[in-house]
Write a protein that binds this ligand. Structure first.
Ligand SMILES: C[S@@+](CC[C@H](N)C(=O)[O-])C[C@H]1O[C@@H](n2cnc3c(N)ncnc32)[C@H](O)[C@@H]1O
Length: 221
């Protein structure tokens, strides 16, 4: 028996993923009108991310179910106690991470989201999943909120906010990553700079693409 396979979390995840599957960027007129090139540009921009994600504030943009389970497994197998997440949205990935902490015996997920309505929805979902006591949601731009007051040691980092900021957010957390810590970056193809960094043998990671969307890296140095 695990927290992700039993009530209240299992039926909650089923419902939230059904809602996520039904949601689409095509329902937002300003985004539906974007050309593929402009969409690519916004996904990679280091300056327009607040406006871009502001337009996406009503969409969950969640990790896949497979990535959610991967997060749970990595956090369990590494006996994680401290986890940092960039990009909370409605909290689906946070639910998996917090469930792993519950099953590991406790700990803290520090997660970051600048959109106030998303913070409220994530908190609501964490309460419904019985996991809110394990999560600190930092509201605001993660470039600021993850700059201070991080735990001395971080066991797992999930990067799932604005893709262009992955290198900057990693640099805020990197000195805290313990040897063996995992860094999971969703849709990292939008940040070639990030991929070049973690794949270079000079920077202290072993890194590989994993599944359809993920770059999975392990801190070695
Ligand atoms: C892909 S969604 C996260 C999905 C979430 N991890 C899940 O699986 O449910 C990305 C989220 O990051 C937030 N975001 C983007 N850039 C951010 C930043 N610089 N600081 C804080 N939040 C940010 C967006 O508002 C959006 O809700």
């Amino acid at each position: 028996m695990t927290t992700i396979t039993t009530a209240p979390l299992a039926p909650l995840l089923d419902r939230l993923f059904q809602e996520a599957d039904a949601a689409s960027q095509a329902t937002i007129p300003s985004l539906a009108a974007l050309s593929p090139d402009e969409h690519q540009r916004l996904m990679r921009s280091k300056t327009d991310y607040l406006d871009f994600y502001g337009q996406l504030k009503d969409l969950p943009l969640a990790v896949s179910r497979e990535t959610g389970k991967l997060l749970y497994m990595l956090a369990r197998s590494s006996k994680a106690r401290t986890i940092v997440e960039f990009g909370t949205s409605f909290g689906l990935s946070t639910l998996y991470l917090a469930a792993a902490l519950r099953d590991n015996g406790g700990g803290r997920v520090i997660t970051s989201e600048f959109e106030p309505s998303k913070v409220a929805r994530a908190r609501h979902n964490l309460v419904a999943g019985g996991l809110v006591d394990l999560v600190e949601i930092r509201e605001g731009d993660a470039l600021q909120t993850l700059r201070t007051d991080l735990p001395d040691t971080v066991d797992l980092l999930l990067l799932d906010g604005a893709k262009s900021l992955y290198p900057e957010i990693l640099s805020l957390v990197e000195s805290r990553l313990r040897p063996g810590a995992f860094v999971v970056a969703d849709n990292a193809d939008y940040s070639p700079e990030y991929l070049a960094y973690v794949r270079s043998p000079d920077h202290g990671y072993v890194s590989t693409p994993f599944g359809e969307d993920v770059e999975l890296s392990m801190r070695i140095g």
